[in-house]
Write a protein that binds this ligand. Sequence first.
Ligand SMILES: [Zn+2]
Length: 409
Amino acid sequence: MFTFEEISRYHADLYEQRDDLDFEIDGIVIKVDDYRLREELGMRERSPRWAMAWKFPPREEITVVEDIVVSVGRTGVLTPLALLQPVDVGGVTVSRATLHNEDEVRRKDIRPKDRVRVARAGDVIPEVVERVEEPGRKRSAPFVMPENCPACGAKVVKEGAYTICPAGLSCPAQLVGRICHYASRNALNIEGLGRETAKQLVERGMVRNVADLYSLTVEDLLTLEGFARKSAGALYDAIQATKKPRLDRFLYALGIPLVGERTARLLARRYGNLAALRQATEEDLMQTPEIGPEIARSVVAFFREKENREVLAALEKNGVEVQPQRDNAVGLPLQGKTFVFTGSLQRFRREEAKERVEALGGRIASSVSKKTDYVVAGADPGGKLDDARRLGVQVINEEEFERMIGRSP
Ligand SMILES: [Zn+2]
């Protein structure tokens, strides 16, 4: 047990040492070390109630805004970005920072050539905190949001604080964003399909929607800048390897508004296959835990839209078969089993291990309790291993875990 003063002193000491450490830290985490209390406190949606972060103030530096440009994301939202004179913020060179939206730019009154304070907190995109007063300097004209989308020229619309390009997939910037999202690690994980490649595919008219990815040949990919026989072959293989996606990942990859990874998983569990989900009504969707009216409306609207239906049909035509998913299915090999990982896993990514366990009916917990069935110990296991021994929980190594989940090497 520590008193608040002790914790506070530790926080202050560590903050002073932070620049001397070999790694980047953004604060401390305070955890309840009494396991009974932990169980009593339980979990919030994504995080335990028995642990809380106490962050350090973000790192800040002063630099100059060279220009303000507007970028268009996959959902069509226009975001003003400050292009900065590169500056080192806590060991990372920052050359662009988000200004969020038009109101924010106006509120902070940021204009090109202004001196500004820039902050970076953890992995998030750096942001412009405020303008630094420079008495006597003549400033440029205030920033105004363009009336037309910088990528496709469509007239933009305002929705609350947001400015949106309504052109959907006919806007190349949105299409590039969608392709990148579809290929991203937690979606279908197509290695080698990054922003630059997606941009080229769209600019050359080779891909008009995500379904077109599957008709690309090695020869097509060879025409792209920066591709040789080997890399083109690898990208082709990577794309073809995603033809049997799991339902939850596929749903996330589609980029349905308001459907993040967690929601995609909940929907996949409830409906089990794409056809059932596509037929669901708003009322029915809302019977799913954690799904409220806004998400339900968004899902129904997505599957009703003509363009999306066409893309889904084209995906099917190009050989994409979304795999049905079963949940609560009795008889799954790891049904009701709880796993905790500790140490670094050499043979799996954690995300992969988690998916595998869940697909087999088990679940992953973040801390060891009497209810834990197995602790999987990787290299350099932490205190969880001691917890397991103390509570008499079975400890297995990665090899044993691999056999248990039946993964072929
Ligand atoms: Zn546009």
